[in-house]
Design a protein. Structure first.
Length: 127
């Protein structure tokens, strides 16, 4: 779904809009929430829920980085369009790796924050 979102942004010429690019966090939050909710419904303890969340984001971000690399290699857009002063990458693989590391770090922090919502919930309390 996230890939389709970015393809639509690119097709409409809005890929450069930082505000719309931040929309991917909505997908990440929904994905983490779904994983944590399912783990809570299965009766997992706090650390197990966090592990489920971290594994979920690790898989998602790995697939996202691979998809980004494939997208960049197939369409070969101008790399300057995608990099910012924060990410110093001079190749498609460097950009994909840098974004992978950045997304993993922010997603793990998000998992920790969202785990607090489900910390003391019982499986019967989650709908």
């Amino acid at each position: 779904m996230l890939g389709i979102y970015f393809l639509i942004l690119d097709a409409l010429g809005w890929a450069d809009n930082t505000f719309l690019r931040l929309g991917n966090y909505i997908f990440v939050v929904l994905m983490i929430n779904s994983s944590l909710k399912k783990a809570t419904q299965n009766g997992e303890d706090y650390l197990s829920k966090m592990a489920v969340g971290v594994v979920t984001v690790a898989i998602a971000m790995t697939l996202g980085a691979i998809s980004l690399f494939a997208y960049l290699m197939i369409l070969q857009p101008d790399i300057e369009r995608y990099i910012s002063p924060v990410i110093a990458a001079n190749s498609y693989s460097g950009l994909s790796i840098a974004l992978f590391i950045q997304s993993i770090a922010s997603s793990v922090i998000l998992v920790f924050i969202m785990s607090q919502m489900y910390k003391n919930k019982k499986s019967t309390e989650v709908v």
